[in-house]
Design a protein around this ligand. Structure first.
Ligand code: PHB
Length: 394
């Protein structure tokens, strides 16, 4: 009798605790093969570092499960397929990740239909966030960097040439830069769009050299593509010819600087994140990264997208004690603020669900013998996506 009673108590306790146990399942989609295949790992490492540091803050009984899928590069069909599978078969509570714009665009309608909040940790074309009320973006838009870059460049150069990858973020970088540069009196000599995959860099950069602009503004996706541009810029002698290379920070992405070499010295960019940022929160982040992934490993903006994106997700989990309601989750996302991100103070704009963040003017210099994106000026401590701000004025 006594034994039975004890067993009943145990059974009851077991049911009670399993009723409280709550698993939050996150479908993480990133790029591990195809174009710039190493970028997915940076994003995942950023996300996992955050989880390791903060898991103990999860409400009691709440567990995280991350289901990882490779979208194989800019491949909207594959991205749609894996997102569908994560929603229908894996029944994830949230979708997160995504390096490339075309992939984010193909996932957006699925997020809306299934009411699954979708945290974008990289893809940067401005209009993406208008494609689903279930999107929140913690990364950036190309307008946030390229518009102030155009304003700055007009103070330094009379003529510029733009060269961008021919897809969403390239078109945004080109438009934002040119609009700001021209409005401030600059002249754009030519604007060239090149294929996203395997363009003949030498042919395009020879045309730039022949046009002899004072500045060349380039957007290409970060990673190996940026290094390819930098190498060809050097090989064709554009630097020696006096053409100043500028762009959003994708072209001097931190992890590739050692592969680019000294041609990168003096390249000026506008961006929201540099591993060389002097903020205490960034110093702590970079130190934790090196401890986890090796002294030679350097985090980039994509790693910070994963890291801050997980902070956003933790906020929703904590406030709802692990029982996620999609609409409540979006309300929490819209009120999100973090005064102490590695990039500086950030928040989500409740109107657009896009990140509001500092933008810095940076120049590649040598620090302790290593190339680094040194932040030389704070352009503004809270930049909203300028494209959406200009739309409002229309
Ligand atoms: C994008 O496809 O939106 C994208 C990819 C890589 C970048 C920036 C934007 O560096």
């Amino acid at each position: 009798m006594r034994f039975l009673k004890a067993a009943a108590v145990v059974a009851l306790a077991f049911t009670a605790s399993s009723a409280f146990a709550q698993t939050v399942k996150i479908g993480f989609i990133s790029t591990y093969s195809g174009l710039n295949a190493n970028l997915g790992e940076y994003m995942e490492r950023g996300m996992r570092l955050y989880i390791k540091q903060h898991e103990k803050e999860l409400p009691p009984g709440v567990k995280l499960e991350i289901v990882v899928r490779d979208d194989t590069g800019p491949n909207p069909d594959k991205a749609r397929q894996v997102a569908q599978e994560l929603i229908v078969r894996e029944r994830v509570n949230l979708l997160a990740g995504v390096i490339f714009t075309p992939n984010a665009l193909s996932i957006a309608p699925l997020a809306t239909e299934a009411k699954v909040p979708f945290v974008i940790m990289n893809a940067g074309t401005a209009m993406i966030s208008t494609r689903s009320p279930y999107i929140a973006r913690v990364s950036f838009t190309l307008w946030q960097s390229s518009y102030p870059l155009g304003q700055w460049a007009a103070k330094k150069f009379k003529t510029a040439y733009t060269l961008v990858s021919d897809y969403g973020p390239g078109h945004d970088a080109e438009t934002a830069f040119s609009m700001a540069f021209k409005a401030a009196g600059g002249k754009v000599l030519d604007s060239v769009r090149v294929p996203l995959q395997n363009p003949d860099w030498a042919a395009y950069l020879q045309r730039v050299k022949d046009a002899n602009p004072e500045a060349l503004m380039v957007f290409v996706p970060a990673g190996k593509t940026a290094t390819a541009v930098m190498k060809t810029f050097e090989d064709l002698g554009l630097k020696k010819a006096g053409v100043k290379l500028i762009g959003p920070g994708d072209i001097t992405t931190d992890e590739e600087l050692p592969n680019m070499g000294d041609v990168a010295l003096g390249v000026t960019t506008v961006f929201h994140y540099s591993a060389a940022g002097e903020r205490p929160a960034n110093k702590a982040f970079v130190a934790a990264w090196k401890k986890e992934y090796g002294a030679d490993s350097v985090p980039n903006f994509i790693a910070v997208g994963g890291y801050d994106g997980m902070d956003l997700i933790f906020e929703a989990i904590k406030q709802q004690k692990g029982k996620l309601n999609p609409d409540k989750t979006m309300e929490i996302f819209k009120a999100y603020k973090n005064p102490d991100s590695p990039r500086g103070p950030i928040s989500i704009d409740p109107e657009t669900r896009d990140i509001v963040q500092p933008e810095y003017l940076r120049e590649v210099r040598k620090v302790d013998g290593k190339l680094a994106n040194v932040e030389i000026d704070l352009i503004d401590k809270a930049v909203k996506d300028p494209w959406k701000e200009l739309q409002k004025k229309k």
